[in-house]
Design a protein around this ligand. Structure first.
Ligand SMILES: NC(=O)c1ccc[n+]([C@@H]2O[C@H](COP(=O)([O-])OP(=O)(O)OC[C@H]3O[C@@H](n4cnc5c(N)ncnc54)[C@H](OP(=O)(O)O)[C@@H]3O)[C@@H](O)[C@H]2O)c1
Length: 342
């Protein structure tokens, strides 16, 4: 990678953007090379970068001049404009939002699964990464699919408030404190009160559809990712907003092409560098959102056979949604794009 390439992090003040800065710092990238951008609301806000401080700038079309890489950790509405603008300014662009995930002309890349796309020829200079839930699901299904064949996976995703960014985190904080002191506060970031509640709706419902955009996204993104190799497992399920701050928990039922002993499935999952198997229930060892902070792997455990249907496997997984599920994918994809031969 060219050591002088400038990198813009757009949405640097957000839940994902802050994790992107942390990942760039961990990758040893000097603060001189980083420009932290956000909306005008955050103009001149100061962010820590190791021992240095980055002053956030308001994003304008001129912000991308001279940038070699632009990492977009912005809402889809902002990415739709900023992505093409940054690309037109000559930068490589990686987007974390849903803006381009259904657009067949923009490669959808999960660096742990299909990094080859980042070195291949494609139109334009922009790629996007999948949602945090899709990242977790594809990471854990990929080795099972390769070894045994996966027909379908049914998931219930329990999603922490940070899935709605810093606004979601703030709302859960205020509602929890308010309710504990006898005050009920109005819901803004979520369709109902999230404090001491569960909401079976994450994001908006699709027009004339019983599925939310989040849920439909898993099916579509998994089909795009696996589709490259043909033989796509069908992924579907329910997204539930839960009153935790960071980390998602996923209850997953996997239908394999044939019955497979659980020990064999566990061995296959253990061999994947993208996963960490925590599966000793008798010792109370299993994945939980409280264990995922800053963990670059997806945690998998509670592996169980389903005696009445031996080709089904039940398991539980957890992922650091803003870190492993977004920021690390952005940074890993960006670094590989910069390694492409000129
Ligand atoms: N959170 C997750 O778990 C997760 C996981 C996977 C993917 N994603 C995706 O990642 C993106 C960021 O999510 P987040 O959770 O980090 O959201 P967030 O906490 O709300 O942060 C959004 C960031 O975008 C900035 N922004 C908003 N509008 C902008 C504009 N027009 N121009 C420039 N910057 C703008 C905000 O700046 P201000 O501070 O100035 O408002 C803030 O820095 C979203 O598309 C989300 O869907 C999130």
């Amino acid at each position: 990678m060219n050591e002088n390439v400038k990198i813009a992090v757009v949405g640097a003040t957000g839940a994902v953007g802050r994790e992107v800065l942390s990942a760039l710092f961990d990758a040893g990238i000097d603060s001189e090379r980083i420009t932290a951008l956000a909306s005008e609301r955050s103009d001149a806000v100061e962010l820590e970068y190791g021992e240095d401080t980055l002053e956030v700038e308001k994003t304008t079309p001129e912000s991308f001049r001279g940038m070699g890489l632009v990492l977009l950790a912005t809402p889809a509405s902002a990415s739709r404009t900023l992505g093409p603008t940054a690309q037109a300014a000559g930068a490589w662009v990686v987007d974390a939002s849903s803006a381009f995930r259904a657009d067949g002309s923009v490669p959808l890349v999960l660096p742990a699964f299909n990094p080859e796309l980042l070195g291949a020829g494609f139109k334009g200079k922009m790629v996007c990464v999948p949602s945090a839930v899709t990242s977790a699901l594809v990471s854990l299904l990929a080795p099972l699919h390769k070894a045994f064949g996966v027909v379908r996976a049914q998931v219930t995703a329990m999603m922490g408030a940070s899935s709605a960014g810093v606004t979601g985190v703030g709302e859960l904080e205020r509602q929890t404190a308010g309710l504990l002191s006898g005050r009920e506060l109005e819901a803004h970031a979520f369709p109902h009160r999230i404090g001491f509640n569960l909401i079976p709706q994450v994001g908006d419902f699709l027009a004339q559809s019983p599925w939310t955009e989040e849920e439909a996204g898993w099916t579509l993104e998994a089909a795009r990712l696996f589709g490259v190799r043909g033989d796509t497992p069908v992924i579907a399920g329910t997204a539930v907003q839960v009153p935790t701050f960071y980390g998602h928990g996923l209850s997953v039922h996997v239908q394999l092409k044939a019955a497979v002993p659980v020990e064999q499935a566990r061995t296959v999952l253990k061999a994947s560098p993208a996963l960490k198997v925590l599966d000793a229930p008798a010792e109370k060892v299993y994945p939980m959102p409280m264990l995922v902070a800053a963990d670059p792997t997806v945690l998998v455990g509670r592996l169980r056979p389903f005696p009445q249907a031996p080709e089904w496997l039940t398991l539980f997984a957890a992922i650091d949604n803003a870190g492993r599920g977004a920021a690390l994918n952005l940074v890993e994809a960006g670094v590989r794009l910069l390694q492409r031969p000129a």
